[in-house]
Design a binder for this molecule. Structure first.
Ligand code: HEM
Length: 395
């Protein structure tokens, strides 16, 4: 299904929601999958013990961008990741990193994130106009932040960004994906091994120490965690920054209100997250491990499921006038970061990065504008997470 405009999910989801909470659809490989399109049932499925997140479960759908099931199983075996674990294993591993991403811990990063943002804006201002906002600000801000947190040298970004990019692109081949995972794993394994010998005061070092205190330590799990954090921490937030700039610039009345009352920025960020729900067509995959009755449909044991958060976040039963972008609404209950046990670990960090970056960009460059007509902006109609490839701006 395709979007018909850059600001809304494909209209098919709206039609599906009218008909019922779930819809049967076909994945690109022809396999059938249950799409959960309503808000209420999205939250129900994401907290239902009768579903598994385990990618090697035979009923688990081949996720978009994964060339085939064999590769998906191979990758999840090689690289254990939180996203693919069920309780109690999931809780055991998630507990090891939770302390790194609490609201309190993230708040303490404010000064460092602000420095990174200022540096990127300095670089943007030093670039001849028009400049690409994606390459100057959207990509480097979350990349620098996650590199800082993990202790990954930013100078290596050329290498790992190529591989994290290959992993999210839908058109990469089986060999390209395999190479990307193997290279990222060995790159991060080196970092993990260094920290095993002499733990740094960063997320990797502290998590290894926490693992060791809790019981037997597994290098494989630590590498899986590092790959997930490096991966999850970049593309999603980068795309949200670009989409947010385009959207806010097209609502001058909201910009004026935020300027007058900066306390409105966190609300605006929450609404932007709901409105775009950039990650929720490539996450939220599950498989039923028992029959589940939902509305007047029975999802059978072994069936594949995709919870479509971008549809749920436009459900009129959960949000009044859901297709309207409204920074004054209460959108806090959106599920752009998922819901339940697997809810995004990096959500507070994303909020912080977005608030600081958007505030600084519009404060420091009040004349910022898009340098091309909106219809020429290269939106990522063909990629997950959704976003923008290139955004020429001037001032
Ligand atoms: C706009 C930014 C982001 C969005 C929209 C987003 C979205 C999501 C969603 C929807 C899930 C749940 C997937 C599921 O239930 O299957 C998730 C999980 C996760 N996210 Fe994010 N994410 C963002 C940023 C980040 C950042 C910055 C990090 C790391 C610093 C991160 C790390 C993770 C991790 C580790 C998980 C797995 C949690 C678990 O399985 O227990 N994310 N994210």
């Amino acid at each position: 299904m395709s979007r018909t405009n850059p600001f809304d999910p494909p209209p098919d989801y709206g039609e599906m929601r009218e008909k019922g909470p779930v819809a049967l659809a076909a994945m690109p490989n022809g396999e059938k999958i249950w799409l959960i399109v309503s808000y209420e049932h999205a939250r129900q499925i994401l907290t239902d013990p009768r579903v598994t997140a385990c990618r090697s479960d035979p009923g688990f759908p081949v996720v978009l961008g994964m060339p085939n099931r064999k590769l998906m199983h191979e990758m999840s075996k090689k690289l254990p990741a939180l996203l693919s674990m069920d309780p109690p294993e999931h809780n055991q591993h998630r507990r090891m990193v939770i302390p790194e991403f609490t609201v309190k811990r993230v708040r303490a990063m404010r000064t460092r994130v602000a420095e990174i943002v200022d540096q990127c804006i300095d670089d943007l201002l030093a670039t001849p106009r028009p400049a690409d906002f994606v390459q100057a600000v959207s990509v480097p801000v979350p990349t620098l932040v996650i590199c800082d947190l993990l202790g990954v040298p930013y100078a290596d970004r050329g290498d790992f960004s190529k591989h994290t990019g290959t992993l999210v692109r839908r058109d990469s081949t089986e060999d390209e994906k395999r190479t990307a995972v193997t290279t990222l794993m060995s790159y991060l394994e080196e970092l993990v091994v260094r920290n095993e010998k002499d733990p740094d005061d960063n997320v990797i070092g502290r998590t290894i120490t926490r693992y060791r205190k809790a019981g037997p330590y597994s290098r494989k799990h630590m590498v899986g965690m590092a790959v997930l954090l490096l991966n999850g921490g970049q593309e999603t937030t980068a795309n949200m920054l670009s989409l947010s700039v385009v959207t806010l610039l097209s609502y001058p009345e909201y910009m004026a209100q935020i300027k007058q009352d900066p306390a409105l920025m966190p609300r605006a960020v929450e609404e932007l997250l709901r409105y775009f729900s950039v990650a929720t067509e490539n996450t939220g995959y599950r498989a039923a491990i028992a029959d589940i009755e939902i509305g007047d449909v029975v999802i059978r044991k072994g069936d594949g499921i995709l919870v479509v958060g971008s549809s749920a976040n436009r459900d009129s039963r959960a949000f009044i006038d859901p297709d309207k972008f409204d920074i004054h609404r209460d959108s806090q209950h959106h599920i752009a970061f998922g819901y339940g046990a697997h809810q995004c670990l990096g959500q507070h960090l994303t909020r912080l990065e977005m608030e600081i970056a958007l505030d600084a960009v519009f404060r420091r460059i009040p004349e910022l504008r898009i340098a091309i007509p909106e219809e020429q902006i290269k939106f990522k109609y063909d990629a997950s997470p959704y976003g923008i490839y290139e955004l020429p701006v001037t001032w």
